[in-house]
Ligand binder design. Structure first.
Ligand SMILES: [Zn+2]
Length: 282
């Protein structure tokens, strides 16, 4: 499949996932090597093609924004090639403690990948940081910041990456644009707290974990605020269900209407609610 490549600055290319699927980001350094941010083994051909199209001779680092399968399942592929995989200790811990069953479940629909990549398995990042760290390539300084409030926001690993020289902020799944988010692995109140400092963050371009990229700080701030409002509203709606004041159906309809009507991945609303009600979503 041809990747939907979007050049967001001189050296940054976002592989924008179709229909709100995961975004991957390529930061190309002056010597033609790349830092790749997030990679899903199910879309490895798309990623390899994107690296080729952007003229990246090699990948120097893979960075995981957080532990979820769609962001980390190609760790194996790159680690096998001797490429360091960098992530927060929170990401590694969540993968170690909870990643195994999730990896197997997500692989069930694609068993052929086990044949294509012998030994394919959950692979933890091997370069860890706790609160923040810097990753450098020629002409590229990346600031990695751990933002999982109290250890758990959208995920337990939530990390943002800021590319200093070209002022690009890669937000991971703390931010979804134009699509319904996945909330069922998360802690919504902590996620709200984690978003607050991002309202004030500085950048020219913003790459969310899912959905289209955003130009300009003012536009970006509106998206962070929109994300905040969505989660606050949804959390309130869940409390209404819990208190018996609203039905699941009423809340589903509420989340699909008004400002949310244009959002993609509509099926996520039902899944998010089901998980809240049953503690499971599949
Ligand atoms: Zn996620």
């Amino acid at each position: 499949m041809e990747p939907a490549l979007k050049q967001v600055s001189q050296s940054v290319y976002a592989v924008v996932g179709p229909e709100g699927a995961t975004n991957f980001t390529i930061v190309k350094s002056r010597d033609g090597s790349a830092a790749l941010i997030d990679a899903d083994i199910r879309r490895i051909d798309e990623i390899e093609k994107a690296l080729e199209l952007t003229g990246c001779a090699r990948v120097s680092y893979l960075i995981d924004t957080h532990e979820h399968f769609d962001h980390t399942s190609a760790n194996f592929y790159f680690a096998q090639r001797g490429i360091p995989v960098i992530a927060s200790a929170g990401t590694a811990g969540a993968m170690r403690d909870e990643g195994g069953p999730d990896f197997e479940r997500m692989m069930k629909p694609v068993p052929e990948l086990y044949e294509r990549f012998p030994g394919l398995c959950l692979t933890l990042p091997n370069v860890l940081f706790t609160d923040s760290t810097e990753v450098s390539l020629p002409g590229v300084t990346l600031q990695l910041t751990y933002r999982a409030e109290d250890g758990h926001s959208h995920s337990k690993g939530d990390t943002t990456i800021y590319f200093e020289e070209e002022e690009v902020l890669i937000a991971g799944d703390l931010l979804y644009t134009e699509v319904h988010p996945v909330t069922f692995f998360g802690n919504i109140p902590n996620w709200l707290t984690a978003l607050k400092p991002l309202f004030e963050s500085h950048y020219q371009t913003l790459v969310p974990g899912h959905g289209p990229t955003v130009e300009g700080e003012q536009e970006g701030r509106a998206y962070f605020q929109g994300m905040y409002n969505y989660l606050e509203d949804f959390y309130g709606q869940l409390q209404e269900i819990k208190a018996g004041r609203k039905s699941t159906e009423e809340v589903t309809q509420h989340m699909l209407r008004g400002v949310y009507a244009r959002f993609g991945k509509r099926r996520m609303v039902q899944r998010n609610i089901n998980h809240f009600l049953t503690g499971r979503w599949f």
